[in-house]
Design a protein around this ligand. Structure first.
Ligand SMILES: Cc1cc2nc3c(=O)[nH]c(=O)nc-3n(C[C@H](O)[C@H](O)[C@H](O)COP(=O)(O)O)c2cc1C
Length: 201
């Protein structure tokens, strides 16, 4: 596709539109009981798939969950994990932890979860004759950073369609359990949970 960067610089309306979308975006965690049209989910995917990604390796994909019961089950699973963790938090900090972690399960009313997943494929780290931990970390970080770009595009696409959402990594304290529930492919990681839907108010 032709590169339009030069043209965009001169056309402030594109900038103004993007600015409007960015300024109106807010994290929303409570959703109206209204179905998101499948074509809107496809539109979100179209925007997400324009994302840049590290090392020219598109090792990520989006899993979409629309089953209400499954979403509730994921919330419950995260809740269980938080309860387990709370037992390990210092007693004087447990109340604060509970307040913080309450935000990790605030997606139970979402009609849709968009779940970016990714696979870490070693590149430089396997080229080294003497493996370095820092290089492996750098590699993993690159994939996580790629997923962050994807997630941001998801949020902007969501906003542009009159929907709302929230980028959540708190639920990933139960990443293994969530992965099992959504039948994530072997060797893949979950980058975030992005509940989306219509604003409740
Ligand atoms: C990496 C990352 C992780 C986040 N995880 C959560 C989360 O687990 N639960 C939640 O409710 N919000 C989460 N958020 C949303 C932030 O709380 C939110 O973006 C921030 O408070 C700013 O508010 P705004 O998005 O409305 O501008 C996360 C945001 C980022 C960037």
């Amino acid at each position: 596709m032709e590169h339009f960067a030069g043209v965009f610089n001169k056309m402030t309306s594109y900038y103004e539109n993007l600015k409007t979308i960015c300024l109106s975006r807010r994290s929303v965690r409570k959703f109206a009981p209204k179905i998101v049209p499948p074509e809107d989910i496809e539109k979100i995917k179209t925007i997400a798939y324009t994302s840049p990604y590290a090392s020219n390796r598109k090792n990520w994909e989006l899993v979409v969950v629309t089953d209400n019961t499954q979403i509730r089950n994921i919330v419950d699973q995260v809740g269980e994990r938080i309860n387990d963790l709370k037992m390990k938090v210092r007693e004087d900090l447990q109340e604060g932890f509970s307040q913080y972690a309450a935000h990790f399960t605030e997606f139970g009313t979402a009609p849709v979860l968009i779940i970016p997943t990714f696979r870490i494929s070693p590149g430089l780290s396997v080229m080294l004759s003497d493996p370095e931990e820092n290089v492996a970390k750098w590699e993993r970080d690159n994939y996580v950073k790629s997923i962050s770009c994807v997630a941001m595009l998801v949020l902007l696409a969501v906003e542009s369609l009159g929907l709302v959402g929230c980028y959540m990594t708190g639920p990933l304290l139960a990443e293994k359990e969530i992965g099992d529930m959504i039948n994530i492919k072997k060797g893949r990681n979950i980058g975030a949970i992005i509940p989306i839907g219509y604003c409740q108010w």
